[in-house]
Ligand binder design. Structure first.
Ligand SMILES: [Zn+2]
Length: 125
């Protein structure tokens, strides 16, 4: 496949993901089950595989995980207002996304990394 064909294929995949997210917005979110620290959620035709609050997790870490989940599902961070952006394609993933959270947002990577470190969370209950 040529570089141009790959670029067009990625653009088409990104467009389909954006359309699916738009059509899923506001529909009920249904849990499909958990696998370790992750939970599969379905909203319309979109499936999310997201970190989940777990038993034994420090309350502030569980709250940060909930904020992050809400941001991913709604497309807007409820804490800092960051919006979802399409991410680069990853092998085995039809779509990925990222947020540019504010520096002090509890749902951001740095804050969650610090909470994991500070609370000693190991990822198992
Ligand atoms: Zn945020």
């Amino acid at each position: 496949m040529s570089a141009t064909a790959r670029r067009h294929r990625r653009a088409a995949g990104s467009y389909r993901a954006t359309q699916a997210l738009r059509q899923a917005a506001g529909k009920p979110v249904v849990s499909l089950g958990t696998s370790g620290p992750y939970e599969a959620l379905r909203q319309g035709d979109v499936m999310f595989m997201l970190a989940r609050p777990m038993p034994g997790m420090a309350p502030e870490l569980a709250a940060a995980i909930r904020l992050r989940r809400d941001a991913t599902i709604t497309g807007t961070c409820p804490s800092c207002g960051a919006r979802r952006h399409g991410g680069p394609p990853r092998p085995g993933h039809p779509a990925s996304a990222f947020f540019m959270h504010d520096e002090d947002c509890p749902a951001g990577d740095r804050a969650i990394d610090e909470l994991v470190e500070r609370t000693g969370w190991t990822g198992t209950a």
